[in-house]
Design a protein around this ligand. Structure first.
Ligand code: KIV
Length: 268
């Protein structure tokens, strides 16, 4: 069995220090976890994007702890080599530190090795509480999708100097609090570069340009299983078409009496 990826080895993976960029992709179930693992990624994020990619909801505010725990268990059950990071859903880490720890622990018991949560200074007490409970934490700044209503939509964050300065301050605070990596979502390239050079832990970008220490993408967006995708997505396959063609060929074989054959049936 291949050696599993660990938090301590990821903590120092700064591309700017000559390391190979980190690769993280979302997965929500056993098949997507197996594909991510055998493709050789470093980190599997069981993202709350499952709300839209899998459950057909309009935003990530609509997924619960119970649903996320079930996704984490399905991914971790494949015993993948990449680090499994569980995304803490909205309201699972906002109320108090005790509730945050309880929810983080549910993810660890389901098989995650770390959790990710969104937000800056307001989240520092929860981040410290998780880390003191031996649960490693990945931060997430910029366009944090759980803030969609507060932001008034999915908009690039940090174009204004004051907002950019706040995000830099938050990234430094997250690293100081002990986050082992920080996702930067939908921020200008220049801001991502500034943060990446100022924090000692890896930044992992999504719509944040090439200056980050790694990249993360949503499985369904990368492989053509989502409808409309953001401009930063490059589609590497059209699985929706491949799957539709397969189902359509099977349906037509059934209708024309070509399926099942004798070899596909039980005799006796
Ligand atoms: O849930 C998710 O897929 C994410 C990524 C966009 C980073 O948080």
């Amino acid at each position: 069995m291949a050696t599993p990826v660990t938090v301590p080895e990821l903590r120092n993976r700064k591309a700017g220090h000559g390391e190979v960029p980190l690769v993280m992709i979302t997965a929500y179930d056993a098949p997507s976890a197996r594909i991510a693992d055998t493709a050789g990624v470093d980190i599997i994020l069981v993202g709350d994007s499952a709300a839209s990619t899998v459950h057909g909801q309009p935003d990530t505010l609509h997924i619960t702890m119970d649903q996320m725990v079930s996704h984490v268990a399905a991914v971790a059950g494949t015993q993948p080599r990449p680090l499994v990071v569980a995304d803490m859903p909205w309201l699972s880490y906002h109320l108090d530190t005790a509730e945050t720890i309880r929810n983080g622990a549910r993810f660890v018991r389901a098989g995650a090795q770390a959790v990710k949560l969104e937000g800056g200074l307001a989240r520092i007490p929860m981040i410290r509480a998780l880390i003191e409970t031996e649960i490693p934490v990945m931060g997430h700044l910029g366009l944090t999708p759980q803030s969609v209503n507060a932001f008034g939509g999915y908009k690039v964050q940090g174009r204004e100097a004051s907002v950019a300065a706040r995000i830099v301050e938050e990234a430094i605070a997250l690293a100081d609090a002990g986050c082992f990596a920080i996702v930067l979502e939908a921020v200008p390239n220049s801001l991502a570069g500034r943060i990446t050079s100022e924090v000692p832990v890896p930044t992992i970008g999504i719509g944040a340009g090439p200056a980050c220490d790694g990249q993360v993408i949503v499985f369904h967006d990368l492989l053509g299983l989502s409808g409309r995708v953001p401009k930063f997505v490059r589609k590497y396959a059209d699985l929706e078409k491949v799957a539709r063609d397969g189902v359509a060929r099977w349906a037509s074989d059934v209708r024309e009496g070509n399926y099942p054959s004798d070899g596909e049936s039980y005799g006796g």
